[in-house]
Design a protein around this ligand. Structure first.
Ligand code: SAM
Length: 327
């Protein structure tokens, strides 16, 4: 088996798979305009996704993350988890979700082979939750978090996109949850992808987030992640069981360590989050492509992987919005 490297000698061992372009929320920074949803037959079937993952495993990929849209709105997601779990060589299946439906599905997903979840939550305040997501579902998310922890989808990580003037006043409350509840929280710099100008003003840089937290709560000590080897840098507050990670796509570009591919719900392999080059896998899959042919297409995608994006200098318009790529 030959592992997959891009032109910059980065090893690709992780694939994020968007299983649907539908979502039960409409977060303001994620969904700017309404784009019609893909017809069902444009979406890869679970069997097609399984074949893509088989090919990926043949190139040394070991870790899979299911995302969306909102992955839990796709019926029978645990069937897909089971299919992927049976592939020899896969050792980590994770899910990124808004958790609205997680209380309902957490136990069956765990039984199917899901290892852990990342849950997106930007505020603890019901009115602000409704304002940013368009949905009145904060209680469901909080109970989804508790259910995930209870059934052992650990470590449960909370992803919080920090927006100036919206939730930067809650950074300390979130950080405190790493002490009082043992939460693993990751604060994410907002990427100005939806529109230029106005959005850029919403950025809170990592160094400013850290200062806001350390002022009342004390020193953030560097630590190792609870699991995964993504782009976050991890810290801990004194006495905390949980960790606090910071992901800085704007001020702390992590492209040099990028180890991933993304598969869109309509079967395009996307080598970079912020770059529109894609390789179509759906067409070849439906023409009966073999695993070896799929692997060749993955090599082509690896060649398209750029050295780095330029988010710190300019607004990066993309043909696809975040909900179409999966974050
Ligand atoms: N629906 C799922 C969820 O809510 O986690 C998965 C899809 S969502 C697109 C994945 C992640 O992308 C979420 O954590 C979301 O907050 C993040 N995201 C979306 N737009 C973003 C942006 N402009 N900057 C930073 N993160 C963003």
């Amino acid at each position: 088996m030959t592992d997959l490297f891009d032109s910059f000698r980065r090893r690709i061992d992780y694939i994020r798979i968007s299983v649907t372009d539908r979502c039960n929320l409409r977060c303001a920074y994620c969904t700017a305009e309404s784009v019609p949803h893909l017809p069902h037959d444009e979406i890869l079937s679970y069997e097609e996704i399984r074949r893509v993952v088989q090919a990926a495993v043949g190139l040394g990929m070991r870790r899979v993350r299911l995302t969306g849209g909102e992955p839990l709105v796709r019926p029978n997601l645990s069937t897909l988890v089971k299919l992927l779990y049976q592939i020899e060589g896969i050792d980590d299946i994770a899910l990124t979700t808004n958790a609205i439906l997680l209380s309902r599905y957490a136990a069956e997903l765990k039984a199917a082979g899901l290892k852990r979840v990342n849950i997106s939550l930007d505020t603890f305040k019901a009115d602000k939750f409704k304002q940013i997501t368009g949905g009145d579902k904060l209680k469901d998310v909080l109970s989804g978090i508790e259910t995930a922890r209870r059934v052992g989808l650990n470590p449960v990580k909370i992803n919080t996109v920090v927006l100036k003037g919206f939730n930067d006043d809650e950074l300390v409350d979130f950080a405190q949850m790493s002490v009082s509840q043992g939460w693993h929280i990751r604060f994410i710099e907002h990427m100005p992808l939806v529109t230029a100008g106005a959005e850029k003003a919403q950025l809170v840089a990592i160094k400013d987030m850290m200062a806001i937290i350390q002022r009342p709560l004390g020193v953030l000590e560097p630590c190792w992640p609870a699991s995964g080897n993504g782009p976050a840098k991890y810290y801990q507050l004194s006495g905390a069981k949980g960790t606090i990670g910071f992901i800085g796509p704007v001020t702390d570009c992590f492209c040099s360590e990028c180890n991933r591919f993304r598969l869109t719900a309509d079967g395009r392999l996307r080598p970079c989050l912020l770059e529109d080059s894609e390789v179509d896998l759906k067409g070849p899959l439906r023409m009966g492509a073999s695993i070896e042919e799929l692997k060749k297409l993955m090599h082509q995608a690896a060649v398209l992987k750029k050295e780095q994006h330029c988010l710190s200098e300019e607004f990066v318009p993309s043909k696809r919005q975040m909900w179409q790529i999966g974050g």
